[in-house]
Write a protein that binds this ligand. Structure first.
Ligand code: MG
Length: 252
């Protein structure tokens, strides 16, 4: 069942989303060669708790940390450890915060120092695919219109969509209906209505759509070990244009 949020719930989701945006801003400022993933995790947890919220992921299904940090060939769900970031890598950071009974969930992929043109294009296309999907997130459209717009951007760029993991509804629960694939035909699926809150999150691989889950039970990597990027926001469907609830200062 897809939950429709009333105005009170939406206000709370905006607050939860704002916290996620602030954590993104903080982490973006810290990512550079030499910083460890656990340091990023600590900083994220401290800020979330300082703002009166709780990390959404810590303890979720047994996940041990506050953020997911996935480097290069890691697609999603990387567990922060003492590993230090190195020049030329890309790192996907996923942050969830629970505040006033609601979750915000968003991810970005950042360059560590100077990266190859190929990796820069992967990040750019992943972000672009999100925004093309986001444009379709309007009342009266169908869920498949979002999915299809994302897929179109990625395939036209010659990259690959991860199919085993998808976006999701979000609210009082971190993962709610509907599942939001980043592929599929337009004009299908549930009708979008004002008050729906969705986490749209394309995961884009450079060389293959095939993925493997590592023995830690969490970390998803590309089968060919080529890089992968991730971009996500929690968004709100309205009577008119959709709204990003988890934006940091980079998006106006
Ligand atoms: Mg998500």
């Amino acid at each position: 069942m897809i939950t429709i949020k009333n105005s009170e719930s939406i206000l709370k989701m905006k607050e939860a989303g704002k916290i996620v945006g602030l954590v993104h801003d903080k982490l973006k400022g810290l990512i550079e060669p030499g910083i460890s993933l656990i340091e990023l995790d600590n900083q994220a947890e401290q800020l979330i708790r300082k703002l009166g919220a709780t990390p959404s992921f810590k303890g979720y299904g047994g996940f041990p940390r506050t953020i997911c940090a996935s480097v290069d060939e890691q697609v999603i769900h990387g567990i922060p450890n003492k590993r230090k970031l190195r020049e030329g890598e890309i790192v996907s950071i996923d942050v969830g915060a629970y505040y006033l009974g609601y979750h915000g969930d968003a991810a970005f992929t950042a360059a560590v120092g100077t990266i190859s043109e190929e990796k820069a294009r992967l990040i750019e296309i992943t972000e672009k695919s999100f925004f093309e999907g986001f444009k379709m997130a309007k009342a009266g459209n169908r869920l498949g219109d979002i999915s299809h717009s994302i897929e179109k951007v990625v395939l036209e760029a010659g990259f690959f969509i991860v199919r085993e993991f998808v976006g999701h509804g979000i609210g009082a629960e971190l993962h709610e209906d509907p599942a939001i694939p980043n592929y599929g035909p337009p004009g299908r699926g549930p009708l979008l209505e004002p008050g729906m809150t969705l986490a749209i999150e394309p995961m884009v691989n450079m060389g293959t759509e095939s993925i493997i889950i590592l023995d830690d039970g969490w970390t998803v990597v590309t089968k060919d070990n080529k890089p992968s990027a991730h971009y996500e926001h929690t968004i709100l469907i309205t009577e008119s244009e959709p709204v990003i609830l988890t934006k940091g200062k980079e998006i106006e």
